[in-house]
Design a protein around this ligand. Structure first.
Ligand SMILES: NC(=O)c1ccc[n+]([C@@H]2O[C@H](COP(=O)([O-])OP(=O)(O)OC[C@H]3O[C@@H](n4cnc5c(N)ncnc54)[C@H](OP(=O)(O)O)[C@@H]3O)[C@@H](O)[C@H]2O)c1
Length: 334
């Protein structure tokens, strides 16, 4: 057992991490993240570092802590690149890493996101970045700043990258269930392409597994949960037909939207979600898989989640006839 400080413990992912770590016998200390506002340009300068007094004050809150989990951040995929977004997702984790180093906390696990690799052909645990949205760029900058902190060798940093995370009470999950109930389900080909999604309970379990390992690599990807676009749709909309869209057409539509999506962050996020459900995205088996780690929650938990999310979607009834193809909003997940 060790004394673990969790930042963002009351959030969606922080709650799951806290539960999993308590199950593993850790003593949990909850701490509130600082709210930082920083310009991207300032942060990207090699000379940037958190203010010394801020580091010292935060280090003072980490006395006697053996590991820190950072589940705090601005989790808004369609956010514009404001100082709050960059402050929360890039400057804050770096401030925390420096405070860990000063307080002699040996380990820091930071929740990043698979979105830092954008539409990479294969998601992996490398430092190859291709962020598509301001949100993903802020998380990428956070990883890079943590790498600088880790390179100094005073705190062992692990960056954990989950994909889209689903859970009960998650608005995105309810919205996806509602979408599946109301609109034509469209994908490319037969829908056998893998899609990276995660259950929040599994995310907590991964964080616990990282801490249970004596050492972990700098980047750990969430293991593939086994969903294809087809199985995800079948889970949330059993019995509904899947319509095939030509991949070439989908790609050209997404390419046409790309220039606008570059500066219109909400459109960029919607395009990315649609792209994942149309084209899917595969991932390379990573460190956890190589260690024989098994996700505690499987298909029955997904089925249960889909049922809960569908029940939550009872306030607005489905339209009598589904919207014609092309008029439906872009899919809300993953
Ligand atoms: N949800 C997903 O699908 C998903 C997928 C991949 C990665 N992630 C990442 O996981 C982390 C947690 O996401 P979540 O879905 O659990 O979000 P959440 O429910 O909104 O919780 C985030 C927590 O961060 C803290 N916070 C709020 N505003 C902040 C700010 N401006 N600066 C620093 N901290 C702030 C708050 O905790 P305190 O009040 O305790 O400080 C809040 O409870 C985020 O970094 C996100 O990028 C999420």
């Amino acid at each position: 057992m060790s004394r673990v400080a969790v930042f963002g413990a009351g959030g969606f992912i922080g709650t799951a991490c806290t539960m999993a770590l308590r199950r593993d016998g850790h003593e949990i200390v909850t701490r509130r993240a600082r709210r930082l506002r920083v310009d991207t340009e300032a942060l990207a300068r090699p000379t940037w570092s958190p203010a010394r007094d801020q580091v010292a004050r935060l280090a003072g809150e980490l006395d006697g802590i053996e590991a820190v989990v950072n589940a705090a951040g601005v989790a808004v995929s369609g956010a514009t690149g404001t100082p709050t977004l960059v402050g929360g997702n890039a400057a804050w984790p770096r401030l925390l890493a420096d405070a860990c180093a000063q307080a002699r906390v040996p380990r820091l696990v930071h929740i990043s996101t698979a979105a830092v690799q954008g539409r990479a052909h294969l998601l992996d645990e490398s430092l190859r970045y291709a962020p598509l949205t301001p949100y993903a760029r802020s998380k990428t900058l956070g990883e890079q700043l943590l790498r600088d902190a880790a390179d100094r060798g005073r705190v062992a940093v692990t960056i954990y990258r989950p994909p889209s995370v689903h859970g009960p009470q998650r608005r995105m999950t309810t919205a996806f269930a509602a979408f599946c109930r109301r609109y034509p389900l469209v994908t490319c080909g037969d829908g056998a392409q893998p899609v990276p999604v995660a259950l929040v309970g599994n995310v907590g379990a991964v964080v616990a597994a990282i801490l249970a390992a004596g050492q972990a690599p700098f980047v750990v990807a969430h293991p593939y949960e086994g969903h294809t676009v087809r199985t995800l749709y079948e889970t949330f909309a059993p019995g509904r037909p899947l319509h095939a869209a030509p991949a070439a057409l989908v790609r050209s539509l997404l390419e046409a939207a790309a220039p606008t999506a570059q500066w219109l962050a909400p459109l960029g996020a919607v395009c990315r979600r649609a792209e994942l459900l149309l084209l899917g995205q595969a991932q390379r088996p990573g460190w956890l898989t190589a260690r024989g780690f098994e996700l505690p929650l499987g298909r029955p938990a997904w089925t249960e989640l889909a049922a809960v999310a569908s029940r939550a979607d009872t306030t607005s009834p489905a339209p009598a006839s589904p919207a014609p193809p092309g008029t439906a909003p872009a899919q809300p997940v993953p």
